[in-house]
Design a protein. Structure first.
Lengths: 134, 134
DNA sequence: CTAGGACCTAGACCGGGGTCTAGGTCAACT
DNA sequence: AGTTGACCTAGACCCCGGTCTAGGTCCTAG
């Protein structure tokens, strides 16, 4: 199954611009094939790769890291241990990020609780008013 | 307790540049007080505010939203319901973001698992090699 | 023949969130 | 008096990750 860039854009949710960018920036393991007219021809495999890329991006992996990963894939099977390494590292970062968000969430939730009670009770005390206003 | 900008930077983990930026951009509810020489004088209250700001930022709230919140605080106690609204919205977004990260994490974890087993077994099949390489 | 649509490249532009520089003021030590 | 160090403003700069434009090619349908 071969797809044009527009179809890939639809399937992956990326823009055609972004797809071209990814290729230019070396984020595809190997340059995308072209037809006689110079147009990109994507395979299922490419689409799968892009699918993973979007997950990587959505989880905060910078393009530079995706590029590294793509380089490893390009360099063949002997780099598999390194790829594993890279993925593990990212995995840890995501876990850490989730933990961070959960901490923030507690802080936010506590403010929400306080504001909630307060507003429900029809504002007796002013909470978090600027001191200059009092 | 009154603090200079440098001390606030230390206590909040922000840079002095960032602190000035936040003020310029209207992220403080009201301009920071100044001493005779025009230097910023922060109160405990300001520091607490900044503490919340860093949590908001760390959880992905854009500066524009912090500005909105600051505006509400500036406008006094009658905006408390709106503030609650804003916080609740952000809270939801954080929850959603965590969910998204968890989804990504599953995908990543599955790749890690596959690579892990694979590498452990000493690469029999090549997984995720670029088709052009075979 | 012409128009439309999908594609191409190179490169400009954008928004977010800072960070840093230049040039200056002020207060305190030595 | 001189130097240091913390601070001030205005504005330039930077990185990231795209997005958009200009100008061109190619194919297909009317």
């Amino acid at each position: 199954m071969e797809l044009g860039i527009g179809q890939v854009a639809e399937r992956t949710g990326m823009s055609v611009h972004a797809l071209r960018l990814y290729e230019r920036e070396g984020l595809m393991p190997g340059p995308v094939r072209r037809d006689a007219g110079g147009r990109r021809v994507y395979t299922e495999w490419d689409v799968e790769w892009l699918h993973y890329c979007t997950k990587f991006r959505a989880s905060g992996m910078p393009l530079a890291t995706i590029r590294k990963f793509a380089d490893l894939v390009r360099r063949g099977p002997e780099t598999e241990a390194e790829r594993l390494e890279l993925l593990r590292e990212h995995q840890e970062q995501v876990v850490a990020r989730i933990a961070e968000l959960n901490e923030c969430l507690e802080v936010i939730a506590s403010k929400v609780r306080v504001y909630g009670e307060h507003v429900a009770r029809g504002s007796a005390a002013e909470l978090w008013s600027h001191p200059a206003a009092t």
